[in-house]
Design a protein around this ligand. Structure first.
Ligand SMILES: Nc1ncnc2c1ncn2[C@@H]1O[C@H](COP(=O)(O)OP(=O)(O)OP(=O)(O)O)[C@@H](O)[C@H]1O
Length: 359
């Protein structure tokens, strides 16, 4: 059984191929940061759609531009230091055209955000109830009594065992897992259509990680929300995502359903990431290590596949000069033609033929 199917079976559910109800359409979006007076792209011509009722995972190593894409959607960049182009159509509104006032109407109400580090996202001096109520005071006309009832309802929803007690506590009195549940409660307080979760479980131990992912999945089902889950952890993706976008050096290099990405990965980067992931049935094998590093913004290759320097055994002629997305059907997209004859060095036989060619 392959890894993804193993996790699906563990979840005891069939994966749904959610292709309807698109409400976020990211069109040709680039985000550049000013470094020493020059702008460099951290996110480069990204096209991506999110549907209601689905979890879209964005996966890639550190420095690939995942968080920059998230903060671009959320409108969190300083216009003095950042250049953003393209269009982000969210329920008919181009987010990139909004001013701060416009964004404030949407953030917290229609788009909720869950950050990696719950401690820094919570105010240490305020009780949990007040912090959850804040977003309701800003975005709704609920009475104090209604807000309190909603706080208790939310704390129940995110799996807090004694909501009344927790509501009156301060962040430092809670465990890391409980704090992350509070962050999720704040993010979903106004039932947003879109939730962006940036490495929501990275700071937590494995058992708590699984519980938090369960909470996210339940919320997505109950609220019919679309969730963008940002992570470098393919295990988290396998357990949670309906669709996956693989990001490398600011670009989406492959996207598709979770089955397509796990069962039939195409781009050399996707295949390298999967190969570098511990396999349950291969515990004695050495882990594959992707050589080299994600390039810094100033050192981004100007042409060819950006991943090419990390697979130097593949000839330059195998890469497109300006790689484009290729549609493999049923929503499976891959950048550059280099996927067609890609192989790992240990897949070459004595005659120099790859396993791929032999099969
Ligand atoms: N404010 C900034 N100014 C200049 N460069 C930045 C800024 N923020 C991010 N970068 C650079 O942009 C690139 C993408 O960073 P980003 O944080 O989006 O990647 P990531 O995939 O989310 O990685 P991580 O998981 O480590 O956050 C990196 O090279 C990073 O150094």
């Amino acid at each position: 059984m392959n890894l993804h199917n193993y996790f699906l079976t563990k979840r005891g559910i069939e994966l749904t191929n959610a292709t309807t109800g698109q409400f976020l359409d990211i069109k040709d979006v680039s985000t550049a940061f000013k470094i020493d007076g020059v702008y460099y792209d951290a996110v480069s011509h990204v096209n991506l759609q999110v549907n209601h009722d689905e979890i879209l995972a964005i996966v890639g190593e550190s420095g690939c531009g995942k968080s920059t894409l998230a903060t671009t959607i959320m409108g969190l960049h300083d216009p003095e230091e950042t250049q953003i182009s393209g269009e982000i159509d969210f329920e008919g509104t181009d987010l990139l055209k909004l001013d701060e006032k416009g964004y404030n109407q949407i953030r917290g109400a229609k788009i909720g955000m869950i950050f990696q580090d719950p401690l820094s996202a919570l105010n240490p001096l305020k009780r949990i109830e007040d912090q959850i109520q804040e977003v309701m005071i800003y975005h709704t006309k609920m009475t104090e009594k209604q807000r309190h009832a909603r706080v208790i309802e939310l704390l129940n929803e995110v799996g807090i065992v004694d909501p009344e007690r927790t509501a009156h506590q301060f962040p430092h009195q809670l465990s890391g897992g409980m704090r992350q549940r509070i962050i999720i409660a704040i993010a979903i307080a106004c039932k947003p259509d879109l939730i962006i979760a940036d490495e929501p479980t990275t700071a937590l131990d494995v058992t708590i990680q699984a519980q938090i992912l369960d909470v996210l999945r339940d919320i997505q089902k109950e609220n019919h929300a679309g969730i963008i889950l940002i992570t470098h952890d393919l295990g988290v993706v396998a357990e949670t995502a309906d669709r996956v976008a693989v990001m490398y050096a600011g670009q989406i290099v492959e996207q598709g359903t979770a089955e397509q990405i796990f069962d039939n990965p195409k781009h050399p980067y996707t295949r390298s990431l999967l190969r570098s992931m511990p396999q349950r049935n291969n515990e004695t094998d050495e882990l594959y290590v992707i050589s080299g590093m994600v390039p810094s913004l100033q050192k981004m290759p100007k042409q060819g596949d950006r991943f090419a320097p990390r697979i130097p055994w593949i000839p330059t002629s195998a890469h497109e000069v300006h790689p484009t997305m290729h549609d493999l059907g049923e929503g499976h997209l891959v950048r550059c033609t280099c996927y067609q004859n890609f192989y790992f060095p240990d897949q070459v036989n004595e005659k120099g033929a790859t396993e791929h060619e032999l099969n």
